[in-house]
Ligand binder design. Structure first.
Ligand SMILES: *Cc1c(COP(=O)(O)O)cnc(C)c1O
Length: 392
């Protein structure tokens, strides 16, 4: 028996032109521009995902991720997927139905963590702060005492608000109250001081496309010994096959057992991105992000604009700027994109229409980019004053 040949339908056979995307300067909340060396690595001929050379490269990616995160965690690897996949992996592997997960919500990504934890049938508790604020140790401890969670989930760099959550003492609190500390480091890894082991963080995740100068596609993940111990006592299987770290570790660890075909070119890119970060040095990269962010802040303030977050808690990687009264913020950002090829972001949730979000991440954190943007704010923003009234 054979399958009979049928006529091929041409309904969706459209003759599109070859891809021709412009070179934008991505100064929004992510993705940011990839380093040219990373782009070259991505376009190399793939090699087999079990090729000994690839296996060696996997180990290099893991070592460099440990450096970037300042951790010795054995289970440190990039999930095949974006930051949200790695976020989901932290919860999928550790949450058992009925576990209390306490999420400290001070922006959009805290809400996403709470949503995900619920899908793994956690009893989700939240404490909330207005978008643009952060949690004190006293507030966190009061909530730990009240809810007695198995996991406290916190966003280090809240990309929706531009706040960097202070981490001193949070890990000790979690040990004292016997819960795991889960930290979103998506917009901090590579750009903001971050010490997974010193801070006693048990679970963390990030992405490839923000501070690491790589396109979107991988989600770095790390799990420490206390989280491993919790995973080891699970009564059931991890309810997500693709993100099950014990299966993934049979590929990333010593056995090299096939799990899924690794996105090998993405890992080529990640290796180069991390190699460049190590070559620069973490402390140098952090200082560069800080320097360029301060240049942006003082330039915008000189023009009379104000920042949404007080300086001591401002994220160097993502600046939130208040849109002046009377200005149609979206019209200005569309103008920057359409006329100048520069992307900046708008506000989410309660900050929609109130702020711009300016990212200076990884390869994009340079004084030249800051000056280019400041110059456009100075020369072209005045034309948009009164644009809200005009639009109405
Ligand atoms: C971007 C971002 C995410 C989600 O990452 P994706 O790569 O978009 O899936 C999660 N948390 C924070 C804080 C982010 O900024």
């Amino acid at each position: 028996m054979t399958n009979s040949l049928l006529p091929v339908k041409d309904a969706h056979r459209q003759a599109f032109n070859a891809i021709n995307t412009p070179d934008r300067l991505l100064l929004g909340p992510g993705p940011s521009n990839a380093h040219p060396t990373v782009l070259e690595a991505l376009s190399r001929t793939p090699i087999g995902h079990l090729d000994p050379l690839y296996v060696e490269l996997m180990g290099e990616v893991q070592e460099l991720l440990r450096y970037a995160w300042q951790t010795d965690n054995r289970l440190t690897l990039p999930m095949s997927g974006t930051g949200s996949a790695a976020m989901e992996a932290t919860l999928a592997n550790t949450v058992e139905p009925g576990d209390t997960v306490l999420v400290a919500v001070k922006g959009y990504f805290g809400l996403r963590l709470a949503d995900m934890a619920g899908r793994y049938r956690a009893t989700v508790k939240t404490i909330e702060k207005p978008w643009g604020e952060w949690f004190s140790l006293e507030e966190l401890e009061a909530a730990l005492i009240e809810h007695k969670p198995a996991i406290l989930a916190l966003v280090h760099a809240e990309t929706s608000t531009g706040v960097c959550q202070p981490m001193d003492g949070v890990g000790d609190l979690c040990r004292k109250h016997d819960c795991l500390l889960l930290l979103d480091t998506v917009t901090s890894l590579g750009g903001v001081p971050l010490y997974i082991d010193e801070w006693k963080v048990d679970l963390a995740y990030s992405c490839s496309q923000k501070g690491l100068s790589c396109p979107p596609g991988l989600g770095p993940f790390t799990m420490g010994p206390r989280a491993e111990a919790k995973m080891a006592t699970r009564s059931g299987k991890v309810p997500n096959w693709y993100l099950d770290v014990s299966l993934l570790n049979q590929y990333w660890g010593s056995d090299r057992v096939y799990h899924h075909t690794a996105p090998v070119n993405m890992n080529f890119g990640m290796r180069e991105a991390l190699r460049l970060l190590a070559e620069e040095g973490l402390d140098q990269a952090w200082a560069r992000h800080r320097r360029n962010a301060e240049r942006l802040w003082s330039g915008l303030e000189r023009q009379g604009l104000s920042m949404h977050v007080p300086e001591e808690l401002r994220l160097p990687t993502l600046t939130t700027v208040r849109i002046p009264d009377g200005v149609d913020g979206k019209a200005f950002s569309q103008h920057l994109l359409n006329t100048h090829g520069i992307e900046v972001g708008g506000g989410l949730g309660s900050l929609a229409g109130k702020i711009w979000r300016i990212g200076l991440m990884g390869y994009n954190s340079t004084p030249e980019n800051v000056d280019r943007l400041l110059n456009l704010f100075e020369t072209e923003l005045p034309r948009f004053s009164g644009s809200v009234a005009a639009a109405a």
